[in-house]
Ligand binder design. Structure first.
Ligand code: NAD
Ligand code: 0WE
Length: 264
């Protein structure tokens, strides 16, 4: 029996089998969890139902949810409560900024609207899910997990407004942990190293960033969605009952190095 046997999780953020949320669902399923899913729009519905079937669930545990809509978020938990009387965790693996803000000099490409969208979709959505899901989470002393990136702490070329949104998201992890902790809910983040997912496609020079990162990382390679998935399964399990308000790096140690390795 796995360490997530008899546990129920909602996975938000699958867009393909390359998604970090896919790796998390796979790891949680392997540990015996029962999973429900959301999809951003009809375009992604089929892929998410495919994920559900791959991980032992059915299409009735797949719900539409654009996280910019409070009504859609409410609907998810209303429908979920018809199936489940409590929730052991919510996995939030969602991030978005308008594409044109992720290409160019920050001060030149930044806009008020892009800032608002990036912060709404990438940071406030965690708070919105926590608000809407709290009754189900309090029933089972569940936990909340989100995905962040080290560009919240140090600049990365072109990450721009997403860096600000991830800094806000990481603060939201701490404030939600303080807010929901007394009810037994833990809230954490994983700061993942760069991985080629849909959200990384179309990012200029992503291959170069992957290579630079591998050269900085003590493990001398990039991480996989399976590795992020295993850490996520741990953080959402009773094995991590003493961990809350934390950002756990799953980046092969890249954030701990100041300079990349130099070829001899
Ligand atoms: P992905 O494209 O597979 O997943 C991003 C998800 O966000 C998609 O499922 C998409 O549908 C969802 N999304 C975007 N806008 C939405 C909205 N309005 N409503 C609902 N869903 C919405 O990419 P990924 O890399 O797996 O990203 C997952 C998380 O991991 C993001 O928070 C990302 O910032 C973070 N992250 C990614 C990397 C990386 O290099 N890929 C590294 C560190 C952190
Ligand atoms: O968080 C991310 C990706 C976030 C992202 C990606 C896109 C591409 C398509 C947010 N919004 C959009 N909007 C789009 O229109 N990562 C950590 C991956 C990533 O993205 C980068 C990176 C890395 C790493 C962008 C610039 C520089 C590095």
């Amino acid at each position: 029996m796995g360490f997530l046997a008899n546990k129920r999780f909602l996975i938000v953020g699958i867009a393909s089998n390359k998604s970090i949320a896919w790796g998390i669902a796979e790891a949680m399923h392997k540990q015996g969890a029962e999973l429900a899913f959301t999809y951003q729009n009809e375009r992604l519905q089929g892929r998410v139902i495919k994920a559900a079937e791959t991980f032992g669930s059915s299409a009735d545990l797949c719900f539409p949810c654009d996280v910019s809509s409070d009504a859609e978020i409410e609907q998810v938990f209303t429908q979920l409560s018809n199936h489940w009387d409590g929730l052991d965790g919510i996995v939030h693996a969602v991030g978005f900024a308008p594409g044109h803000e992720l290409d160019g000099n920050f001060v030149d490409v930044a806009t008020r609207e892009g800032f608002q969208i990036a912060h709404d979709i990438s940071s406030y959505s965690l708070v919105a899910l926590a608000k809407a899901g709290k009754e189900l989470l309090y029933q089972r002393q569940g936990s909340i997990l989100t995905l962040t990136y080290h560009a919240s702490q140090q600049t990365v070329p072109n990450y721009n407004v997403m860096g600000l949104a991830k800094a806000s998201l990481e603060a939201a992890v701490r404030y939600l942990a303080a807010s929901m902790g007394p009810e037994g809910v833990r809230v954490n983040g994983i700061s993942a190293g760069p991985i080629r997912t849909l959200a990384a496609s179309g990012i200029k020079k992503f291959r170069t960033m992957l290579d630079e990162n591998a050269n900085k990382a003590p493990i001398r390679r990039n991480v996989t969605i399976e590795e992020v998935g295993n850490a996520a399964a741990f953080l959402c399990s009773d094995l991590a009952s003493g961990i809350s308000g934390e950002i756990l790096y799953v980046d092969g140690g890249a954030n701990t190095a100041f300079m990349p390795a130099i070829e001899e």
